[in-house]
Structure formats: C-alpha cells, structure tokens
Design a protein around this ligand. Sequence first.
Ligand SMILES: *Cc1c(COP(=O)(O)O)cnc(C)c1O
Length: 429
Amino acid sequence: MKLAINGGKPVATETFPGYCTTGEEEKEAVLSVLSKGKLSQFLGAWHDNFYGGDEIRALEKEWSEYFKVKHAIAVNSCTSGLYAAVGAIGIEPGDEIIVSPYTMSASATAAVVYGAIPVFADVEPNFYCLDYNSVKEKITEKTKAIIVVDLFGQTYDRRINDLAKEHGIKVIEDTAQAPGAKDGDDYAGTLGDIGVFSLNYHKHIHSGEGGMIVTNDDGLAEKLRLIRNHAEAVVGPKGETDLVNMVGFNYRMTEIEAAISRCQLKKLDGLLKPRLENVEYLIKELTKIPAINFGGVRDKTLHAFYVLGFHYEKEQAENIERKKFIEAVRAELTVAKYREKEGPLVSFGYVKPLYLLPMYQERIAFGSKGYPFNLSDRSYNLGDCPVCEDLHFNKLITTGYMGSQMKKSDLDIVVSAFNKVWENRDELR
Ligand SMILES: *Cc1c(COP(=O)(O)O)cnc(C)c1O
C-alpha cells in the first residue's frame, strides 16, 4: 500500500474529535457570576477582600479538600504560581536552583526571575523526570531549591525529597501536566513543599488561563497570597515583619475563572479514567511495532498522561530516521478539532533542552549586562544533559491522541497509521 507521504491514500479521512472539557455547567456558572456583577473581589490592600471573592474562596477550599492539602491558592497561571513559589521560599539573587531541562520554559525561568541561577540536572531515560543521581551530583552549598516537574503526567522520583531534607532546601513541584496523578495515596502537587497546577486551555482541566498553588505550610501559604496580591502595599498594615521577597504582583484569578475551575475540578476523575484506558490500549497496540517501546510508569504511582511518550529505536527500524518515520505517520492522519493549526497530534521530541535557549546560551536575561547569570560562572553547553539530549534529538516520540473524547474506533485509526508506515517502511528509503 502506498504511503500517504508518497502520494497514497491516507488512513484517516475525518477530523478527530476534539478535547473540550467545558459545557453547560460552566456556562451556567459563568452566567451566575455575570448576573451577580462581581467579576473579581480582590483588593490589593489589607482588607477582607485581600483574599478574593466567593468563587475564589470556594475554589480554594474545594481544591484543598480534593487534593488533601492544607492550603490552595488560586492564581492566574501556573507560571505565576511558580514565580510566587520561588519568591515565597526566600530565594536570593545568586542562589542556585536545580531544575529539569526537559520542561516548559517557565519551570526554569521562575529561578531567573528572582535572580537565581538555574542548574540543569539530567532526566531519567525512561520516565523523563529529574534523575535522582544527577540531582545529587549537582547540589552545592549554593543550592537553595529543586524545581521538579511531573513531566507528561508522571510523578517525580520522591527520593529527591530526601536529598532536599538532607541539605535543608525546598522542593517546588511543577505539576502542570499531572493533575490527578498519584504517588501511593498522595496526589501529585502535594509531594514537595509547594506544588503548582496549571489551568490553561491545553491542560487536563482548565479555565482558559489559570493556576493553583498548594502547600501544607502556613507560613509559605501566606507569603504566596501576599506575592499574588501586591505584598509591598499590604505587609505594613498587616503587620508582617519579614520583608524578604515581599514584592507583590497581580497574579489574581477572576471570579469567572474560579467558577469555571470549580466545575472543572468536579470533572477531573471522569476525564482521567477514559484517558488512562485509551493510553493502555495505545501502548498495547503501538508497542507491537518492534521500533516502538514504552518507557514505563514509576512503581506504585498513577500516571496522568498529559502526553503519551514512546521511544523510537532507529536500530530496530533498519535505520529509518525518526523524523522520516513520524512525518510519514503524520501524513496518514488528520488533525483534531480545536487544535487544527497544530497538525496531527503525533510528533517527535518535546521542547529543546532548556539550556539551549538563547537566554542561557547568551546569558542575557534582565538588562544587557547578563544579570543574573553574571552572579555565577556557570555556563550552559550542548552535552550538559546527555540523556535529555538523546531523548529529544533521537528517541522520543509523542502523541496527544488519547483524550477522553477518543473512541476505540478513533484510536484504531491512529494505530493503523503507525502500522501502515511500519509495514511499508521500505518506501521511506
Ligand atoms: C503548561 C505548563 C506550564 C505553564 O502553565 P501556564 O498555566 O500556561 O502558565 C508550566 N510547566 C509545565 C510543565 C507546563 O506544562
């Protein structure tokens, strides 16, 4: 059968169903806020409204109950939440923060924003999260925190908490991609000192834009609330005497986003279950292809599968390049509704290892003189994290075709596309 990339007939003919998590409940909730007329009740002053309005407070209460954590703090993005978290733990310019290079850029930029130096540790070859041994090697006297990422929905290696304890440093968990994932009985997000969720449009559940910070530490929670809402104007009247990083921003979430988020939280379980079933099916079917392997799920954890990643073994594919193989698969497939402009949701690699971004390569962030990198003699070079580079440049392939909206017949189209390319791989030479 002629491959679509060579002019043959593609396997898929219709657009795949799109992942849309909002419906009537959200519509009603938004209209209810609109009809009350209070779209946000936050005041950037020491006042009862410093903590936000009814929807914000209700969301925070429900979120903390759901994830079994003492405090939940609503913000306008996970990025804001990560920045606030780095501020709250008292990071100083020149401190080092160990981060993963294989994540959305904000996980590491959170350090840079406070003048800290991101130190990239390598990732695990099968699970893609920060590698325990690499983190251990990178800890110095200057290390003040570790930002772990539950990449693709897989929880991080919790032994990193022991390293942090040993060295008296904090763990910030970027759990944007893992709402509902668990390590044992504990939810992702609650595994470190502070956890940050994303509610942006592309995540499991969303309010368009938004984020949630969680912590069991009362002191950190209050600092996070201050940073969210103009700390410098509030600390005086509130009687706060520790002024470190009490420079505030406006990271506030609106009542509308909070109302939507409350509906979304109720849906999380129901959205996750079919997704995990779809993932199981795709893993079973796609790994029948000798060149495609699955890295696995960490022992005693529940993976939330924001992205489903596989390893492409070029040697098993008679040296057909990963890029060529995936381009051929993409040619067999169609786009998914709502994400039409992204092309088919099968890809290779993820984001470039972060230390290869111009900001790190040129050591230019704030101003023209290299701050904060000029506080350190660390440099960022190709080769710094070989496992991450091998995954990104050679091995990793990903798919996003496993949301709860995908029926078995849809999954079978995806599987057929891979199989067709595999069976006709001679055409790719
Ligand atoms: C999406 C994402 C973020 C950023 O979330 P926003 O809410 O868009 O700011 C941060 N980290 C990771 C790992 C993400 O996937």
